[in-house]
Design a protein around this ligand. Structure first.
Ligand SMILES: *Cc1c(COP(=O)(O)O)cnc(C)c1O
Length: 394
Protein backbone atom coordinates (compact mmCIF):
# COMPACT_ATOMS: atom_id res chain seq x y z
CA UNK A 1 0.00 0.00 0.00
CA UNK A 2 1.18 3.51 -0.82
CA UNK A 3 -0.14 5.90 1.81
CA UNK A 4 -0.35 9.42 0.36
CA UNK A 5 -3.04 10.93 2.56
CA UNK A 6 -1.04 12.39 5.44
CA UNK A 7 -3.20 15.51 5.52
CA UNK A 8 -6.11 13.31 6.64
CA UNK A 9 -4.13 11.48 9.28
CA UNK A 10 -0.67 10.04 9.80
CA UNK A 11 0.62 6.67 10.90
CA UNK A 12 1.69 6.71 14.54
CA UNK A 13 5.44 6.68 14.95
CA UNK A 14 7.16 3.92 16.93
CA UNK A 15 8.44 6.60 19.31
CA UNK A 16 4.91 7.82 20.00
CA UNK A 17 3.59 4.30 20.64
CA UNK A 18 6.53 3.49 22.92
CA UNK A 19 5.89 6.68 24.87
CA UNK A 20 2.26 5.67 25.46
CA UNK A 21 2.60 2.05 26.56
CA UNK A 22 4.07 2.65 30.05
CA UNK A 23 1.09 4.89 30.81
CA UNK A 24 -1.32 2.08 30.01
CA UNK A 25 0.61 -0.83 31.50
CA UNK A 26 2.32 0.66 34.54
CA UNK A 27 1.63 4.28 35.37
CA UNK A 28 -2.12 4.20 34.80
CA UNK A 29 -3.17 6.13 37.92
CA UNK A 30 -5.39 9.19 37.81
CA UNK A 31 -3.19 12.31 37.77
CA UNK A 32 -5.59 13.94 40.26
CA UNK A 33 -5.05 11.18 42.85
CA UNK A 34 -2.73 11.99 45.72
CA UNK A 35 -0.99 8.63 46.12
CA UNK A 36 2.22 7.92 44.28
CA UNK A 37 0.71 6.07 41.29
CA UNK A 38 -1.38 9.14 40.55
CA UNK A 39 1.35 11.65 41.22
CA UNK A 40 3.72 9.85 38.84
CA UNK A 41 1.17 10.33 36.08
CA UNK A 42 0.70 13.96 37.13
CA UNK A 43 4.45 14.58 36.92
CA UNK A 44 4.68 13.03 33.46
CA UNK A 45 1.73 15.13 32.36
CA UNK A 46 3.33 18.28 33.64
CA UNK A 47 6.59 17.42 31.84
CA UNK A 48 4.63 16.74 28.63
CA UNK A 49 3.13 20.21 28.91
CA UNK A 50 6.62 21.71 29.18
CA UNK A 51 7.96 19.64 26.29
CA UNK A 52 5.10 20.62 24.00
CA UNK A 53 5.44 24.26 25.02
CA UNK A 54 9.15 24.14 24.19
CA UNK A 55 8.39 22.91 20.65
CA UNK A 56 6.34 26.04 19.86
CA UNK A 57 8.13 28.68 21.92
CA UNK A 58 5.42 28.86 24.58
CA UNK A 59 5.33 28.52 28.37
CA UNK A 60 3.87 25.36 29.91
CA UNK A 61 1.17 27.48 31.58
CA UNK A 62 -0.08 28.48 28.14
CA UNK A 63 -0.78 24.89 27.01
CA UNK A 64 -4.28 23.38 27.35
CA UNK A 65 -4.93 19.77 26.40
CA UNK A 66 -8.00 19.12 24.24
CA UNK A 67 -9.50 16.30 22.18
CA UNK A 68 -7.88 17.58 18.97
CA UNK A 69 -7.82 20.28 16.32
CA UNK A 70 -11.58 20.74 16.03
CA UNK A 71 -12.06 21.31 19.73
CA UNK A 72 -9.09 23.67 19.95
CA UNK A 73 -10.47 25.75 17.05
CA UNK A 74 -13.94 25.91 18.67
CA UNK A 75 -12.57 26.82 22.10
CA UNK A 76 -10.16 29.47 20.82
CA UNK A 77 -12.67 31.23 18.57
CA UNK A 78 -15.55 31.19 21.04
CA UNK A 79 -13.28 32.49 23.81
CA UNK A 80 -11.96 35.37 21.70
CA UNK A 81 -15.50 36.21 20.57
CA UNK A 82 -16.86 36.28 24.12
CA UNK A 83 -13.94 38.44 25.30
CA UNK A 84 -14.60 40.83 22.43
CA UNK A 85 -18.31 41.03 23.05
CA UNK A 86 -17.70 42.18 26.63
CA UNK A 87 -15.87 45.18 25.16
CA UNK A 88 -18.50 45.74 22.46
CA UNK A 89 -16.27 44.33 19.71
CA UNK A 90 -18.09 41.86 17.48
CA UNK A 91 -16.24 41.94 14.13
CA UNK A 92 -14.27 38.79 13.23
CA UNK A 93 -11.92 38.36 10.27
CA UNK A 94 -11.20 34.96 8.71
CA UNK A 95 -10.91 33.50 5.22
CA UNK A 96 -13.07 31.50 2.84
CA UNK A 97 -10.81 28.44 2.85
CA UNK A 98 -10.53 27.67 6.56
CA UNK A 99 -11.23 24.22 7.97
CA UNK A 100 -14.91 23.56 8.77
CA UNK A 101 -14.07 23.49 12.50
CA UNK A 102 -13.40 27.23 12.07
CA UNK A 103 -16.04 28.08 9.45
CA UNK A 104 -18.89 26.32 11.25
CA UNK A 105 -17.95 27.92 14.57
CA UNK A 106 -18.01 31.32 12.85
CA UNK A 107 -21.44 30.52 11.35
CA UNK A 108 -22.72 29.83 14.85
CA UNK A 109 -21.32 33.15 16.10
CA UNK A 110 -22.88 34.96 13.13
CA UNK A 111 -26.30 33.72 14.25
CA UNK A 112 -25.54 35.16 17.68
CA UNK A 113 -24.94 38.61 16.20
CA UNK A 114 -21.22 38.65 15.37
CA UNK A 115 -20.16 40.12 12.04
CA UNK A 116 -18.01 37.63 10.17
CA UNK A 117 -15.80 38.88 7.33
CA UNK A 118 -14.25 36.13 5.21
CA UNK A 119 -11.27 37.37 3.20
CA UNK A 120 -11.04 36.27 -0.43
CA UNK A 121 -8.42 33.70 -1.28
CA UNK A 122 -6.27 34.58 -4.31
CA UNK A 123 -6.20 32.28 -7.32
CA UNK A 124 -2.84 30.96 -6.16
CA UNK A 125 -4.32 29.89 -2.84
CA UNK A 126 -2.88 32.73 -0.76
CA UNK A 127 -4.30 35.27 1.69
CA UNK A 128 -1.98 38.27 2.02
CA UNK A 129 -1.24 40.47 5.04
CA UNK A 130 -2.37 43.57 3.09
CA UNK A 131 -5.87 42.07 2.93
CA UNK A 132 -5.87 41.64 6.69
CA UNK A 133 -4.56 45.17 7.22
CA UNK A 134 -7.36 46.63 5.10
CA UNK A 135 -10.03 44.63 6.90
CA UNK A 136 -8.97 45.45 10.49
CA UNK A 137 -11.43 47.75 12.31
CA UNK A 138 -11.82 49.38 15.70
CA UNK A 139 -14.42 46.75 16.63
CA UNK A 140 -12.45 43.72 15.36
CA UNK A 141 -12.07 41.24 18.21
CA UNK A 142 -10.40 38.35 16.37
CA UNK A 143 -8.44 37.43 13.27
CA UNK A 144 -8.43 33.66 12.66
CA UNK A 145 -6.39 32.44 9.68
CA UNK A 146 -4.88 29.02 9.16
CA UNK A 147 -1.11 28.52 9.04
CA UNK A 148 -1.34 25.91 6.27
CA UNK A 149 -4.37 24.80 4.28
CA UNK A 150 -5.30 21.14 4.62
CA UNK A 151 -6.44 20.72 1.01
CA UNK A 152 -4.23 22.76 -1.30
CA UNK A 153 -1.34 23.13 1.14
CA UNK A 154 -0.95 26.92 0.96
CA UNK A 155 1.25 28.32 3.72
CA UNK A 156 0.16 31.76 4.93
CA UNK A 157 2.62 34.36 6.29
CA UNK A 158 1.25 34.05 9.83
CA UNK A 159 4.22 35.93 11.34
CA UNK A 160 3.42 39.04 9.31
CA UNK A 161 -0.30 38.72 10.05
CA UNK A 162 0.49 38.29 13.74
CA UNK A 163 2.61 41.44 13.74
CA UNK A 164 -0.23 43.44 12.15
CA UNK A 165 -2.71 42.20 14.75
CA UNK A 166 -0.32 42.94 17.60
CA UNK A 167 0.13 46.53 16.40
CA UNK A 168 -3.63 47.03 16.62
CA UNK A 169 -4.00 44.97 19.80
CA UNK A 170 -6.30 42.45 18.11
CA UNK A 171 -6.30 38.76 19.05
CA UNK A 172 -4.79 36.45 16.42
CA UNK A 173 -5.70 32.75 16.27
CA UNK A 174 -4.15 30.32 13.83
CA UNK A 175 -5.20 26.77 13.05
CA UNK A 176 -1.72 25.25 12.84
CA UNK A 177 -2.92 21.65 12.62
CA UNK A 178 -1.29 21.07 9.23
CA UNK A 179 1.79 23.11 10.07
CA UNK A 180 2.81 21.44 13.34
CA UNK A 181 5.81 19.17 12.85
CA UNK A 182 6.11 20.29 9.23
CA UNK A 183 6.90 24.01 9.53
CA UNK A 184 8.62 25.98 12.30
CA UNK A 185 6.30 27.45 14.95
CA UNK A 186 7.35 30.12 17.44
CA UNK A 187 4.30 31.72 18.98
CA UNK A 188 6.30 34.62 20.48
CA UNK A 189 8.26 35.47 17.37
CA UNK A 190 5.18 35.07 15.17
CA UNK A 191 2.93 37.05 17.55
CA UNK A 192 0.35 34.27 17.79
CA UNK A 193 -2.16 34.61 20.65
CA UNK A 194 -4.12 31.39 20.15
CA UNK A 195 -3.01 28.29 18.23
CA UNK A 196 -4.57 24.88 17.55
CA UNK A 197 -2.70 21.57 17.22
CA UNK A 198 -3.79 17.99 16.64
CA UNK A 199 -1.57 15.01 17.49
CA UNK A 200 -2.76 12.66 14.75
CA UNK A 201 -1.49 15.00 12.03
CA UNK A 202 2.12 14.64 13.23
CA UNK A 203 2.34 10.87 13.82
CA UNK A 204 0.76 10.98 17.28
CA UNK A 205 -2.51 9.41 18.46
CA UNK A 206 -6.01 10.47 17.40
CA UNK A 207 -8.38 12.29 19.72
CA UNK A 208 -5.85 14.51 21.42
CA UNK A 209 -4.57 18.00 20.74
CA UNK A 210 -3.52 21.31 22.19
CA UNK A 211 -4.84 24.81 22.46
CA UNK A 212 -2.08 27.32 23.14
CA UNK A 213 -3.43 30.52 24.71
CA UNK A 214 -0.99 33.35 25.37
CA UNK A 215 -0.93 34.55 28.96
CA UNK A 216 -3.47 37.35 29.25
CA UNK A 217 -5.89 35.84 26.70
CA UNK A 218 -8.68 34.42 28.87
CA UNK A 219 -10.38 31.21 27.75
CA UNK A 220 -14.05 30.56 28.51
CA UNK A 221 -14.87 27.72 30.89
CA UNK A 222 -15.32 24.93 28.38
CA UNK A 223 -16.31 21.85 30.38
CA UNK A 224 -17.67 22.01 33.92
CA UNK A 225 -16.54 19.50 36.54
CA UNK A 226 -13.09 18.85 37.95
CA UNK A 227 -10.16 21.25 38.13
CA UNK A 228 -8.20 19.90 35.14
CA UNK A 229 -6.69 22.36 32.64
CA UNK A 230 -6.67 25.17 35.20
CA UNK A 231 -10.35 24.61 35.93
CA UNK A 232 -11.39 25.45 32.37
CA UNK A 233 -11.79 22.00 30.84
CA UNK A 234 -12.87 19.31 33.27
CA UNK A 235 -12.31 15.60 32.77
CA UNK A 236 -9.55 13.12 33.59
CA UNK A 237 -6.67 13.72 31.21
CA UNK A 238 -5.93 11.18 28.46
CA UNK A 239 -2.45 10.60 29.84
CA UNK A 240 -1.24 7.92 27.37
CA UNK A 241 -2.37 9.98 24.36
CA UNK A 242 -0.79 13.15 25.72
CA UNK A 243 2.51 11.31 26.28
CA UNK A 244 2.32 10.03 22.69
CA UNK A 245 1.59 13.54 21.43
CA UNK A 246 4.56 15.08 23.25
CA UNK A 247 6.92 12.42 21.91
CA UNK A 248 5.56 12.73 18.37
CA UNK A 249 5.82 16.52 18.32
CA UNK A 250 9.39 16.50 19.61
CA UNK A 251 10.34 13.83 17.10
CA UNK A 252 8.80 15.54 14.09
CA UNK A 253 10.20 18.96 15.01
CA UNK A 254 13.67 17.48 15.42
CA UNK A 255 13.50 15.72 12.04
CA UNK A 256 11.76 18.63 10.27
CA UNK A 257 14.66 20.01 8.29
CA UNK A 258 15.89 16.65 7.08
CA UNK A 259 12.38 15.37 6.34
CA UNK A 260 11.53 18.50 4.40
CA UNK A 261 14.57 18.14 2.16
CA UNK A 262 13.27 14.75 1.08
CA UNK A 263 9.66 15.94 0.83
CA UNK A 264 10.53 18.95 -1.33
CA UNK A 265 12.32 16.61 -3.68
CA UNK A 266 9.39 14.18 -3.88
CA UNK A 267 6.92 17.05 -4.25
CA UNK A 268 8.85 18.54 -7.16
CA UNK A 269 9.00 15.19 -8.94
CA UNK A 270 5.26 14.63 -8.46
CA UNK A 271 4.35 18.17 -9.57
CA UNK A 272 6.51 17.85 -12.69
CA UNK A 273 5.15 14.44 -13.53
CA UNK A 274 1.47 15.18 -13.00
CA UNK A 275 1.56 18.54 -14.78
CA UNK A 276 2.39 16.60 -17.95
CA UNK A 277 -1.18 15.27 -17.94
CA UNK A 278 -3.00 17.42 -20.53
CA UNK A 279 -5.78 19.72 -19.31
CA UNK A 280 -4.61 19.61 -15.71
CA UNK A 281 -3.80 22.37 -13.22
CA UNK A 282 -1.91 22.60 -9.96
CA UNK A 283 -3.94 24.09 -7.09
CA UNK A 284 -2.26 26.37 -4.57
CA UNK A 285 0.98 28.29 -4.72
CA UNK A 286 3.96 26.51 -6.26
CA UNK A 287 6.38 27.66 -3.58
CA UNK A 288 4.49 28.76 -0.49
CA UNK A 289 3.01 25.32 0.19
CA UNK A 290 3.42 22.44 2.61
CA UNK A 291 6.49 20.36 1.72
CA UNK A 292 4.50 17.16 1.19
CA UNK A 293 1.39 18.57 -0.51
CA UNK A 294 0.53 18.06 -4.18
CA UNK A 295 -2.95 19.00 -5.37
CA UNK A 296 -4.22 18.87 -8.94
CA UNK A 297 -7.43 19.27 -10.89
CA UNK A 298 -7.89 17.08 -13.96
CA UNK A 299 -10.55 18.22 -16.38
CA UNK A 300 -13.19 15.71 -17.44
CA UNK A 301 -13.04 13.27 -14.52
CA UNK A 302 -14.73 12.77 -11.17
CA UNK A 303 -12.31 12.83 -8.25
CA UNK A 304 -14.25 10.06 -6.48
CA UNK A 305 -13.94 7.65 -9.42
CA UNK A 306 -10.21 8.37 -9.58
CA UNK A 307 -9.83 7.66 -5.85
CA UNK A 308 -11.68 4.35 -6.10
CA UNK A 309 -9.48 3.19 -8.98
CA UNK A 310 -6.33 4.34 -7.19
CA UNK A 311 -7.48 2.43 -4.11
CA UNK A 312 -7.74 -0.70 -6.25
CA UNK A 313 -4.11 -0.13 -7.23
CA UNK A 314 -3.13 0.30 -3.57
CA UNK A 315 -2.78 4.07 -3.49
CA UNK A 316 -4.48 5.93 -0.62
CA UNK A 317 -5.17 9.51 -1.67
CA UNK A 318 -7.95 12.03 -1.32
CA UNK A 319 -9.90 14.40 -3.48
CA UNK A 320 -9.41 16.87 -0.65
CA UNK A 321 -13.05 17.72 -1.01
CA UNK A 322 -16.21 17.48 1.02
CA UNK A 323 -17.36 14.67 -1.29
CA UNK A 324 -15.45 12.27 0.92
CA UNK A 325 -17.66 13.26 3.83
CA UNK A 326 -20.79 12.20 2.00
CA UNK A 327 -21.75 15.53 0.44
CA UNK A 328 -21.68 16.03 -3.31
CA UNK A 329 -20.88 19.72 -3.09
CA UNK A 330 -17.46 20.53 -4.48
CA UNK A 331 -14.76 21.59 -2.05
CA UNK A 332 -15.21 25.08 -0.59
CA UNK A 333 -11.43 25.47 -0.83
CA UNK A 334 -11.35 24.89 -4.59
CA UNK A 335 -14.34 27.18 -5.10
CA UNK A 336 -12.56 29.84 -3.01
CA UNK A 337 -9.63 29.91 -5.46
CA UNK A 338 -12.04 30.30 -8.36
CA UNK A 339 -12.18 26.79 -9.77
CA UNK A 340 -15.53 26.23 -11.51
CA UNK A 341 -17.70 23.39 -10.13
CA UNK A 342 -16.90 21.07 -13.02
CA UNK A 343 -13.15 21.42 -12.49
CA UNK A 344 -13.37 21.33 -8.69
CA UNK A 345 -15.02 17.89 -8.94
CA UNK A 346 -11.95 16.41 -10.66
CA UNK A 347 -9.39 16.94 -7.92
CA UNK A 348 -6.63 14.82 -6.41
CA UNK A 349 -4.69 15.53 -3.24
CA UNK A 350 -1.50 13.60 -2.51
CA UNK A 351 -0.04 14.41 0.89
CA UNK A 352 3.27 12.77 1.67
CA UNK A 353 5.24 12.10 4.83
CA UNK A 354 8.94 11.35 5.20
CA UNK A 355 7.99 7.66 5.26
CA UNK A 356 7.16 7.85 1.55
CA UNK A 357 9.91 6.86 -0.88
CA UNK A 358 11.14 7.80 -4.33
CA UNK A 359 9.98 4.40 -5.60
CA UNK A 360 6.46 5.11 -4.38
CA UNK A 361 6.45 8.46 -6.14
CA UNK A 362 7.53 6.79 -9.38
CA UNK A 363 4.74 4.23 -8.96
CA UNK A 364 2.21 7.01 -8.42
CA UNK A 365 3.47 8.71 -11.58
CA UNK A 366 3.09 5.43 -13.44
CA UNK A 367 -0.50 4.83 -12.28
CA UNK A 368 -2.22 8.24 -12.01
CA UNK A 369 -1.82 9.44 -15.65
CA UNK A 370 -3.06 6.07 -16.97
CA UNK A 371 -6.06 6.12 -14.64
CA UNK A 372 -6.98 9.69 -15.61
CA UNK A 373 -6.79 8.70 -19.27
CA UNK A 374 -8.92 5.60 -18.65
CA UNK A 375 -11.63 7.66 -16.93
CA UNK A 376 -11.59 10.31 -19.64
CA UNK A 377 -11.98 7.70 -22.37
CA UNK A 378 -15.16 6.48 -20.68
CA UNK A 379 -16.69 9.93 -20.42
CA UNK A 380 -19.22 11.22 -23.01
CA UNK A 381 -18.44 14.78 -21.89
CA UNK A 382 -14.76 14.23 -22.60
CA UNK A 383 -15.62 12.95 -26.10
CA UNK A 384 -17.60 16.16 -26.70
CA UNK A 385 -14.61 18.21 -25.64
CA UNK A 386 -12.25 16.24 -27.89
CA UNK A 387 -14.69 16.68 -30.80
CA UNK A 388 -14.95 20.39 -30.16
CA UNK A 389 -18.62 20.27 -29.16
CA UNK A 390 -17.74 21.47 -25.66
CA UNK A 391 -14.94 23.86 -24.76
CA UNK A 392 -11.97 22.89 -22.65
CA UNK A 393 -11.68 24.87 -19.42
CA UNK A 394 -8.10 23.94 -18.48
C1 LIG B 1 -7.43 17.74 10.68
C2 LIG B 1 -7.62 19.19 10.80
C3 LIG B 1 -8.45 19.73 11.83
C4 LIG B 1 -9.22 18.84 12.77
O1 LIG B 1 -8.39 18.19 13.67
P1 LIG B 1 -9.00 16.93 14.50
O2 LIG B 1 -7.97 16.61 15.50
O3 LIG B 1 -9.20 15.83 13.51
O4 LIG B 1 -10.28 17.40 15.10
C5 LIG B 1 -8.56 21.09 11.93
N1 LIG B 1 -7.90 21.91 11.08
C6 LIG B 1 -7.11 21.45 10.10
C7 LIG B 1 -6.40 22.40 9.21
C8 LIG B 1 -6.96 20.08 9.92
O5 LIG B 1 -6.19 19.62 8.93
Amino acid sequence: MIYADNAATTKMSRTAIDAMLPFMEETWGNPSSLYEAGQKAAEALSKARERIAACIGADAKEIYFTSGGSESDNWAIISAAQNGKKKGKTHIISSAFEHHAVLHTLKKLEKEGFEIELLDVHQNGMVYPEQVEQALREDTCLVTLMYANNEIGSVLPVGEIGALCKKKNIVFHTDAVQAAGRLPIDVKEQNIDLLSLSAHKFHGPKGTGVLYARRGIPLVNWLEGGAQERGKRAGTENVPAIMGMAAALEESCKAMQKDNELLLDLRLRLMEGLSKIPHSALNGDEISRLPGNVHFCFEGIEGESLLLLLDEKGICASSGSACTSGSLDPSHVLLSIGRPHEIAHGSLRLSLSAQNTREEVEQILEIVPKTVEYLRNMSPLWRDKINGKQPFIL
